[in-house]
Design a protein around this ligand. Structure first.
Ligand code: AGP
Length: 588
């Protein structure tokens, strides 16, 4: 996902913008660029690769007070300097996060007007359209309104104009953007970590809101150019949230925050073994749809298992990219739950909007405060994971798994299971402090890994497999244990690595049988369980604490996360910013 940072103020802009971009690297990118005003001109410098490569091309001592910067995660057009942002057409220079759905139609219209495009991006139509309307309106704000009224799709924009070198403009639709006032100027940014070194104040822009910023003030408008006043929020966390604090990687730091994250999330909803009013009294729903992407969907699969078993409510779990296009069977007795760490994932947001448009009650389970999904759902339950910088989600996953276990108990309508959470942090701490090197060494040599499990253990297999894939680039697949013999077992040969997860006593004998089937074909087995068994069907065993099924997934995921981290480290991968990945996929 792209990142935007802009600054206008009394101090040098370039160092602040570059520092901010570095704190957005976690979003994933493949090129970067800046535009700044100096010597009464707009200068643009762009580079493929890391921000450090861009930095080498710049003189940060330049006394420019206005700059906009961008990290690009390519959606339209290959990774090269021409397609990198900022893009300038005529008098307008723009950085953009999002996708313009109707860019081809606009491009053809403007080409007929004689406008020449240099890149193959969708973004370039934005400065072109701004310049086109500016020539007609001779007013930047009016040109902006005409432009955004014609654009279809999502955009967070930073804009500077040749004819107005004392102001910076910003607009938001569909992609997150904040305005952050500081003592010596004002920032625009895609996310809070970019500005935490300079301020903890921020304003969240709503859809189609336009901002005109000068060195010491800003004005926000709606898309009819009515002036609006918005609340300045104070970020509750600290700069530490965006720092490594001695860890080699954000992923490791965030995993080791899981004990605190568990307690923060639990204590936000429960006190003295009773729910606080932070957990709403949901009316009785006859069925639940859970919709999400990636790891958040796997949390949904865990939730399906827990809610059906404990609250006796049928649950349908679906990936958002399917759900939003398929025929859905829901009604006033349905609750649609959207799970999302970032609260900005495009497919999840559109699935939410579809359910809302159909008049269905919606609940968002989100980590990022006031994110789009959080703001648009009827109910919102926040996990208290704090900013998650690493692309691979870990602490947010554990926090979501904690919250859905609490939600299950709430929907069940009795509180006695809340006692199962008491003291769980000791088990979390113990699992975090184990050494998983022996397992990581084995897995790091494998090019194909299979995770097998049943029911809720299969959901954890899905997450363990994804963690391994996205951090260490090892091909891995999660299969329902009972499905293995229906085809995939043909791939099992000498030393094929199979990781079996088995934490539910009532079905463990079945999964053990499946593991013995692959052992008979000379597979190498790592067995993850909470019931020790002396047997030769496994080669290594990871013994988990035995706790109530309702909280067991919270523990099971920890070794899977740390093993993935250690394997990626052995293989020398870019752990916090895996290739091709973005922290939040705000494009479809
Ligand atoms: C998780 O490690 C992945 N980075 C990815 O699958 C992620 O869970 C997915 O993109 C959903 O993101 P969200 O929770 O912010 O909606």
């Amino acid at each position: 996902m792209c990142g935007i940072v802009g600054y206008i103020g009394k101090e040098k802009a370039l160092p602040k913008v570059l520092s901010g971009l570095k704190f957005l690297e976690y979003r994933g990118y493949d090129s970067a660029g800046v535009a700044y005003i100096y010597d009464n001109e707009i200068k643009i410098t762009k580079e493929v690769g890391r921000i450090n490569s861009l930095e080498k091309l710049l003189d940060l001592s330049i006394p420019s007070n206005i700059a906009i910067g961008h990290t690009r995660w390519a959606t339209h057009g290959e990774v090269n300097i021409i397609n990198s942002h900022p893009h300038k057409v005529g008098k307008f220079t723009v950085v953009h996060n999002g996708i313009i759905e109707n860019y081809l139609k606009i491009k053809e219209k403007l080409q007929k007007e004689g406008i020449i495009f240099k890149s193959s991006t969708d973004t370039e139509v934005i400065p072109a359209l701004l310049d086109y309307y500016y020539q007609k309106e001779n007013n930047i704000l009016k040109a902006i309104v005409k432009t955004i009224n014609e654009l279809e799709g999502s955009f967070a924009l930073g804009i500077i104009c040749d004819d107005d070198k004392n102001n910076l403009y910003a607009i938001r639709r569909g992609s997150p953007l904040i305005i952050a006032p500081s003592n010596d100027g004002i920032f625009i940014a895609s996310d809070i970590p970019a500005i935490l070194n300079y301020t903890n104040k921020y304003i969240l822009l709503n859809e189609n809101e336009i901002v005109k910023l000068s060195k010491n003030e800003y004005q926000i408008y709606d898309n009819k150019l009515n002036k609006i006043i918005k609340e300045i929020k104070i970020y509750e966390g600290s700069q530490d949230d965006a720092m490594l604090n001695g860890y080699d990687h954000y992923m490791l730091k965030e995993i080791h925050e899981e004990e605190k994250v568990f307690l923060d999330t639990f204590n936000y909803y429960v006190e003295n073994n009773k729910f606080k009013d932070t957990m709403p009294n949901f009316k009785k729903y006859q069925n639940i749809h859970i919709v999400a992407c990636g790891s958040a969907y796997y949390v949904g699969c865990i939730a399906k298992s827990l809610i059906e078993n404990y609250a006796n409510i049928p649950v349908y779990a679906s990936v958002a990219s399917e759900y939003r296009y398929q025929k859905n069977f829901y009604d006033q007795n349905t609750l649609v739950i959207i799970i999302s760490q970032s609260g900005e994932t495009a497919d999840s947001l559109e699935a939410l909007r579809k359910a809302k448009n159909d008049g269905i009650d919606t609940l968002a389970i989100v980590n990022v405060a006031m994110s789009s999904i959080a703001r648009e759902a009827k109910y919102t339950l926040y996990v208290k994971a704090g900013p998650e910088i690493a692309v691979a989600t870990t602490k947010a996953f554990l926090a979501q798994t904690t919250l859905i276990a609490l939600l299950t108990i709430k929907l069940q309508g009795q509180n006695d299971l809340l006692k199962e959470f008491i003291g769980l942090e000791k088990h979390i701490r113990e699992l975090l402090n184990r050494n998983y090197q022996e397992y990581a060494k084995i897995i790091s040599k494998s090019n194909n890994t299979f995770f097998i499990g049943r029911l809720v253990d299969y959901a954890l297999c899905l997450e363990g497999s994804l963690k391994l894939k996205e951090t260490s680039y090892i091909n891995s697949v999660a299969i329902q244990a009972g499905e293995l013999k229906h085809g995939t077992i043909s791939l099992i040969t000498d030393n094929t690595l199979v990781i079996g997860i088995c934490t539910k006593k009532d079905i463990s004998s079945k999964t053990i049988s499946n593991l013995k089937e692959v052992k008979a074909r000379k597979a190498n087995i790592i067995y993850i369980t909470n019931e020790f068994i002396e047997d030769n069907f496994y080669d290594q065993i990871i013994l988990l604490p035995k706790v109530n099924d309702i909280v067991m997934p919270i523990l099971t995921v920890i070794p899977l996360q740390l093993i993935a981290y250690e394997v990626a480290k052995i293989r020398g991968c870019d752990i916090d910013k895996p290739r091709n990945l973005a922290k939040s996929v705000t494009v479809e």
